[in-house]
Design a protein around this ligand. Structure first.
Ligand code: ZN
Length: 288
């Protein structure tokens, strides 16, 4: 309970600062976050006015936190704030698909991925880990030199990212932003949470850093599945205009032949896109 109270205090103080900040885009809480805030204030007022009703207030708060946690564990949900899951339906993006590649760069896999993309004249968005960008700066610059875009996937890809408080979460994202800018000279405009998992602190942090959350339409689960056929099927049946597809050049599972799954899936995917006359675009094309 003490942790919850502390976290809530921190959140509302933080949210207040966000809505008051003058030179930043105004952060607008999602309807669920707004309703949660009202519920918490109502519970606090009820406790002061009628202390004996505390079990009801506590029950309401626990139920609310279960809903919030559920929304954070659902990577494609919009309940905690805006979340790009498809390319916008715009004329210039007709017959476009965005391939996104996470968790790199990786010195063994990424150069091969770049060759495969070049072979099909395809463009991709790489959600890189800040630490890895610092570790392999030449590779990160090579990604950009070949016409792809690097976006922010946090500094360390912490497995407990969705459990972090606002300060630690903000530091992870800000440091990822700084690492990518220092190496490539370009600031990311999109953020993807590690494993897509998040909590209510994320949305105001992204507003402050002028970042947009992006998840995906479909993912291949290629960090856990070594079956390239199954990964391909998850991504490509069916392929539709506007899809945002997710593969991994970092943390990649290995096929029986020892190859990273993406290296077997990507050429097939690029062939399938070509056969359906679908063009690859970077996520930045989604910005109006
Ligand atoms: Zn990741």
């Amino acid at each position: 309970m003490a942790y919850m109270a502390e976290a809530l205090g921190e959140f509302f103080g933080f949210a207040l600062r966000m809505t008051e900040a003058q030179d930043l885009p105004r952060w607008r809480p999602s309807p669920l976050l707004l309703a949660s805030g009202v519920l918490h204030l109502g519970a606090a007022a009820a406790l002061i006015a009628r202390p004996r009703y505390w079990p009801w207030a506590l029950g309401g708060l626990v139920a609310n936190h279960i809903v919030l946690a559920g929304a954070g564990l659902w990577p494609r949900s919009q309940f905690l704030g805006p979340n790009l899951t498809h390319l916008p339906a715009r004329g210039d993006l007709e017959r476009s698909v965005a391939i996104t590649i996470d968790d790199g760069p990786d010195p063994d896999i990424t150069p091969q991925v770049l060759e495969q993309l070049d072979g099909h004249r395809a463009r991709a968005t790489f959600f890189c880990i800040g630490e890895r960008v610092l570790q392999y700066p030449d590779l990160a610059r090579e990604i950009v030199r070949r016409g792809h875009v690097i976006e922010n996937h946090s500094q360390r890809h912490r497995h407990n990212f969705s459990l972090l408080g606002p300060q630690a979460m903000s530091a992870e994202i800000r440091r990822g932003q700084e690492s990518i800018l220092s190496v490539t000279g370009s600031s990311p405009v999109f953020f993807r949470a590690p494993a897509g998992l998040r909590n209510p602190f994320l949305d105001p942090i992204l507003a402050r850093l002028r970042l947009r959350l992006a998840s995906w339409t479909r993912r291949g689960f290629d960090t856990v599945s070594a079956d390239a056929d199954a990964v391909f099927r998850r991504l490509a049946t069916p392929l539709r205009s506007g899809d945002i597809l997710l593969l991994h050049d970092g943390h990649a599972a290995r096929t029986r032949r020892g190859a990273a799954v993406i290296l077997e899936v990507l050429p097939r995917l690029l062939d399938a896109l070509q056969a359906q006359r679908l063009t690859t675009v970077t996520l930045r094309s989604a910005l109006s």
